[in-house]
Design a binder for this molecule. Sequence first.
Ligand code: MEV
Length: 364
Amino acid sequence: PGTIETRAPGKLFIAGEYAVVEPGQPSVLIAVDRYLTVTLSESVGHAAGSVHSPEYGLIPLTWTRGDSGLTIDREHHPYDYVMAVIGTVEQLRGELGIPARFYDLRIASELDDASGRKFGLGSSAAVTVATVHALDRFYELGLTARERFKLALLATIQVSPNASGGDVAASTFGGWIRYSAPNRATLRAQLDDRPLREVLSGDGWEGFDVARLAPPHGLRLLVGWTGSPASTERLVGGVRRSRRDSGVDYPAFLLESRGCVDDLVSGLDDGDDDLTLDALRRARRLLQRLGAQSGTLIETDRLARLCDTAEAAGAAGKPSGAGGGDCGIVLAPADADLTRMLRSWESHDIRHLTLSVHPPEGSV
Ligand code: MEV
C-alpha cells in the first residue's frame, strides 16, 4: 500500500460575500497558491487508522460492524470537517459496495502563520477538499471535480449548515471563478432520507453554478492580512439576526450585490479594468452599509486603512470574506505607485502576504 498525497489551495473572496449564502446569488472568488496537504497511508500495522491534524492532535478512528459491513462510528469523534468528510465518503463507499480499508491521515497547512493563527484563507474548505480528494483516490471512486465539490459541500453543511460553499468551490476548481450556491437546507433534508448517491446526482442542486472567469490582465492583486482571525459564523449570524429585527433592506442588498458582481464579471470578460475597479469599490461600500445597518463590524480599523490607502493610490480594496479581521484584497492598475500604501500597511501591522492565484484545474 502506497501513500497518497493531495493538496488543496486556499481561497479569497473578491465580491459577493454575505449575499452568496442565498441560493443563486453570484459571487467571485479566487484560489491562491498557499496549500493544505493531506497525506493518506494505508494502515496495515494497526486496525482502525487515525487522523493527525495540527488543530486536534491525534484522533484514532473507530468503526462499527453492521449489516452492510464496516462503517465509521461518527458519534465518537469531534465533529470537525475532516470527520464529516470521512463519514460522508465512507457512506458513499458503503453504498457502492466497496469494502472498507483502514488508513492514517496527516494534515499539514500553509494557511496559518508560524504561531498557528489562521490567515482566513479558507482552511476549513481546503481540508475538506483535500480529504475528499485523498479518499476518492484511495478507494478509486473516480469522482469528477464537480462530484468532489458536491461531496465536499455536503460534508461542509453537516458542520456549518449555512456556509455558502464558495470557498469549497474555489479550492476545488482553482483560478478565478463565479459561484452561486444551491439551497443547502434542501440538500440537508435530502441527506436524512436518501442515499448519498442519489443526493449527489439528484435535483437538489438548483441555484448552484460555477463558471471560470478570465483573470484581469492589466491589474495586480495584492493581499493584506490584519492579523486578527475573524469568526465567519458569528458575523454571518449577526447579519442574519439583524435582517429580522432591524434596518437592513435585504432585498435591496441582494440586488446591489448582484449588480456589483455582474459588473465585475463584465469588467473581467471585456478586459475593462476601470469597470472592474469601480465594481470592487462599490462592493466595498455595500459591505460598509451592510455592516452599519446590521450593527456588525465588517470593516475593522485595519481593514479600513488597508482599503483607504489602496483607493488613495488609484487602486481598489475591500475586505475579503466576512470581514471583522482576516484579509483584505487590492486590485491595482499595473502602473499604480503602491509605495505609500505598503509603507502604511507596515506601520499599522498589516502584513502584505505575497501570494498568487492558483491556476485553474481542469474544466468546471
Ligand atoms: C465568508 O468567508 C463569506 C460569507 O459570504 C459566508 C459564506 O460564504 O459562507 C460571509
